[in-house]
Write a new protein. Structure first.
Length: 242
């Protein structure tokens, strides 16, 4: 073979290599974009489902209709009840201690948790609040000499159930709630300790109301209240296939 022929062959190989490299880069970019777009749709879909779960849960706990259910799409993720959340409350000298648990959905780097009335999200290590917890502090106008009462309303939602479901397709989540206890206190100091994977979000929430500190995954909150209302609910969570 002549040097010219060899040169032409090498040129064609070089051009072919450049073309294939370009095609590979474009394919990789399109594929990655498609996967990311698909992931975003799944994330948005499950976020909306958990907002509905929040509404159904509220109806089950407060709406007088204890038994409620909702259908969701797994979309390749895992839904589970996890025992990672612990709440310790001291009102005056009276202590309460509850493993509230949480209802979670995990898909790759995305996670959303329903935890004591709150909806928390984690996506690639970034945490954010979707729905704030069911713990409230309000200044309420009252017909006393002072005219204003600091009212501290603490609603504890204890989740009970052993749920772990993964894969594709639809499932039905069933909630069955009952009131465990309710109490009212006057002129008490309140201390709340919450241990949670979302301790940073709890800390940020409590900063709206008073003194708060954090040690690793435990948040410590202190507050004096004129009136304290504490209610504790237990909700059994179960699932069934469709």
């Amino acid at each position: 073979m002549s040097e010219r022929a060899v040169s032409e062959v090498l040129s064609y190989i070089l051009i072919f290599g450049v073309v294939m490299t370009a095609i590979s880069i474009v394919y990789s970019q399109v594929y990655t974009s498609t996967v990311e777009t698909s992931q975003k749709f799944k994330v948005e879909g499950i976020r909306e489902s958990f907002k509905k779960i929040y509404n159904v849960f509220v109806l089950s706990v407060y709406g007088g209709a204890a038994l409620q259910q909702i259908q969701i799409e797994l979309q390749g993720g895992t839904i589970s009840v996890e025992n990672c959340t612990y709440v310790s409350i001291k009102i005056g000298n009276e202590p309460y201690s509850i493993y509230t648990k949480s209802l979670n959905y995990q898909l790759g780097n995305y996670r959303i948790s329903f935890e004591n009335g709150a909806l928390w999200e984690s996506y690639y290590g970034y945490n954010r609040s979707v729905q704030t917890p069911s713990i409230y502090i309000k200044s309420v106008q009252v017909p006393q000499a002072s005219g204003v009462d600091q009212v501290f309303v603490i609603v504890i939602n204890e989740i009970d159930g052993d749920v772990t479901v993964s894969g594709e397709g639809s499932i039905v989540i069933i909630f069955n709630s009952s009131l465990q206890s309710s109490a009212l206190y006057k002129e008490k100091d309140v201390t709340i300790n919450i241990t949670s994977p979302f301790a940073d979000l709890w800390e940020g929430y409590f900063r709206n109301f008073g003194s708060v500190s954090r040690e690793n995954n435990t948040v410590i909150f202190n507050k004096h209240a004129d009136t304290v209302i504490l209610t504790i609910y237990k909700t059994n969570v179960s699932t069934r296939s469709i």
